[in-house]
Every structure is written in structure tokens, then in C-alpha cells.
Design a protein around this ligand. Sequence first.
Ligand code: ATP
Ligand code: MG
Length: 484
Amino acid sequence: MDHSPATPEVGSDSTKSAEKIVESFSDGLLLKALLESHPDHLYFKDRQCRLIRSSLSHAKSSGFASPEEMIGKTDFDFHDAEDARGFYENEQHIMATGEPMLAVEERIIRKHTGDEYWVFTSKIPLHAEDGTIVGIIGIGRDITERKQAESALRKAELQLVESEKMALLGQLIAGVAHEVNTPLGAIGAAVGNISGTLDQILQILPAFFRTLPAEFEGTFLELVRRSVNPASPLSAREERQHRNALRRRFQEEGIENADHAAEIFVMMGISEDIDGLLPMLRHPQGAQYLDMAYKLSGLGRSASIIATAGDRAGKVVFALKSYAHFDRVGEWAYAQVSEGIDTVLTLYHNQLKRGVIVERNYSPTPEIRCRPDELNQVWTNLIHNAIHAVNLQGTLSIKVEPIDGGEKIRATFADSGHGIPHEIAERIFDPFFTTKPAGEGSGLGLHIVRQIVEKHNGTISVRSEPGKGATFEVILPVAGGAQN
Ligand SMILES: Nc1ncnc2c1ncn2[C@@H]1O[C@H](COP(=O)(O)OP(=O)(O)OP(=O)(O)O)[C@@H](O)[C@H]1O
Ligand SMILES: [Mg+2]
């Protein structure tokens, strides 16, 4: 398809007067010098956008040996047709309206080499003596190097942000590995217990039931059943109290080896409502019946350890999955702010449990439009900073609530750590600002946090009383960020 403008009338009056005007400029030494040696591209065009004069720099950049070779040519002769069409329309607009086009960065493809370059261009109308517009004057500066440097810088910045994310993820994963390993260890031990118990008792079980008096069958089964789901684990002190009370009671009841019986009851998690069990314990074989009940019920206790541990490992894996939002990275979606925060808390459980008391105060809030994986990064950075500030010992209060009539959500993270000295408060969001020792923090955390929050049309602020802690407040609109 031919995009070139309609062939202008050769030697038309307007072209002549444009030529005359330009001729009068170029008689001057100044313009000659500029056209020959100025590095910026200078050119004059007539009303049909054909070149009347051009600087040497412009000719060279456009693939011509000399400016003379360009005379009479249009952008269609040395630019990509699409670019040329755009320039032509701009220039016609300038001539029609008299409005200059100033300081525009243009990306251009060279027709003769196919490579890309950038020009910083201004174009103004060329006036005849009587004030009519007879063409345009253009000045372009090649800014390709600056553009390339800018894009390299942007790339480097992105890489840094990426490596910061990876570093954070790396240390999170170390904690997560521990979080999964602990329940796996418990499962392994419980499985060992089950097979050990089965080995010991399977053979003797039929004979045991034959000797168990029929009147104790019910008591025996009740004992096993009650131990299967032990109540929540007791503290060492509670255990001791229960053991002493049981021992006294058994002694009063004349049960032999009351010490041992009390010990087994505590291990089975039974301390109350024991009246019905006493007759079986008083039987001469009572201690044997109790031992067997303990062994059999061990199978149930092991099974419930496995169930709890499996649950715990499953939760951690689920948190890890939703942390990265594996299938939806970088997409806008609707998500619950408090769920994101809980995900991060689950992954940090290993560090938090060493002495950080987490207080959660979540009010019901609507789901917000967000990039869930990026918000998770915000919570990760804030929680990570808080854990560091309290040095693993202290409190972290997290509050999530609707504000502004439910149009926004406020998430507040208040820690009891060392706080932020006034003189650095202004700088903590700056990239690379860190008070951590070299190699420990990049100082990019809060910078990234702010970028993400702003992308969501939100705000982040901090207040701190040095020595008493810091409070970060993130406010996010339910409607989320710009549609992109
Ligand atoms: N909860 C907080 N309490 C006290 N100071 C804080 C807290 N959060 C951030 N700061 C201060 O702000 C600085 C910048 O934090 P930022 O998260 O940007 O980087 P960093 O934590 O030092 O490094 P990185 O995030 O890469 O580990 C920190 O070095 C610290 O001095
Ligand atoms: Mg940080």
C-alpha cells in the first residue's frame, strides 16, 4: 500500500516561497555552519513535507552521503512507512494550525538498516514574509544512547527487585522446610509406635481376651476408648498435680502399685470420672489389664498424632501455595486482605513461635481487587521487618478493618520493637536505605512495599516512638488499582 502523500504540484508558489525563505537563511554564515557541523538534525520542509535543506548530521543518520541527496525527498523515502505517515500527519497539523510541536521523544526505525533509534524532536512552522505558513523547520537530537542507558537501568532495577524477592523467599522457605519437617518427624515416630505395639501385642491378644473376666469387658473398652482422644496436652505442673491426686485415690482404694497406675492414667490423659474403673484395677490382675489398655489405646493416640501432624503439614503447604498464587501470578483478582496476612503468618510460624506474641484483630471486610501475590509480598516485608525489630521477642499487633464507609481497608502492623529514630524516619522508604549490617538487608523491602501499595492506589504511612516500637499503616481501596 502506498502511504505517500499526493504528488504535490512541482514548482508551486508555496514551495517556491519556502525555498526563497530558506535560501535567505542559508545565505547567512550561521545557518551554513549549523547545517554542516551541528550534531542535531536540522531540516526545512515545504508544505508537501519535502526536504528543502537538511543538515549533514540528518543526512548521515538517514542513510545519505550528503544533504543534497535528500533534497526533494520525503520521510517516506527513508523511514518506515508507518513512522513516515505519522510524521507527515504531525507536520500537516503544524502547518494547518500554526501550533509548534515541541520536545517530543520519537522512536524511529531506519529504513536502510532496520535499526531503531530515538530522537528528541521539535518542529515549528516556517513563515513567509507575509506571515503565511510555507513549510516547517525541524530540529531533532539523537537520544538513542540515553534511551538505551535508561532501559538498561530499568532492567537492572527490575533485576534487583527480583533478587530481593528471591532473597526473602529463600529465607521464608528455610523456615517452611522446618515447619514441614516437624510434623513429618512426628508422623514417622507415630508410625514406629504403631508397628512396635502391633508386634508386641498381636500374638498375646487372643489369650488376653480369654482371661479378661466378662464383667470387666465394658470397663476395659471404656478405658481404651477414653484415651484415644486425649484432651489438650497438660503442662508439667498440671501433670504432676493429676499424678499425685490419682496416686492418693488409688492408695485409698487399696490398689496395688498405685504409683504405676497413676503414671499410666496420666499418660492416657485420664484423671476424672474414674469411679467406674476402680473395680477392674482392684482385681489381682488389674495392673496387667491396665497395661494392655494402655498399649492398645496407644494405637489410637498415634493415629491422632498422625492426623494432627498431617493437618499441620497440609496447612503449611496450602499457605505456600497461596503465597505464590502459583497459577495467577501478576493477575488482578479479588482477595481477602486478612487471609493474605494469615498466609504469611503461617509461613513465619517457625520464627514467630520463638517469642513473638502475635495479636490479630480482624474485622469483617470485603474482598478487595488486588494482585494477591504482590500484596503477600507487602505483608511479608512488614512482618519480616517487625520480627527483626523486636529481635524475636515482643508483640506484633495486626489489625484489619474497613474505613471510609467500607470503601477502603486499613491494615495496621504495630510492633514493640526498637522503633525508628526520628532522623531516619524520612528515609526508610528510599531504595537501599537500611540500618541492617552489610549483607543482611538490601534496604529494598519498604521501597518495594510502597511501589506495590501505590500500584493498588493505596497509601502507606509509619509512626514510631523510638525505643517503643513502630506502627505501619497500609490503606487500600476496595476497588483496587488502575485497570492494567
Ligand atoms: N518495624 C520496624 N521497626 C523499626 N525499624 C524499621 C521497621 N521496619 C523498617 N525499619 C527501618 O527501615 C529500614 C528499611 O527497611 P527495609 O525493609 O526497606 O529494608 P531492610 O529491612 O533494612 O532490608 P531488607 O528489607 O532488604 O531485608 C530498616 O533497615 C530499619 O532501619
Ligand atoms: Mg525489610
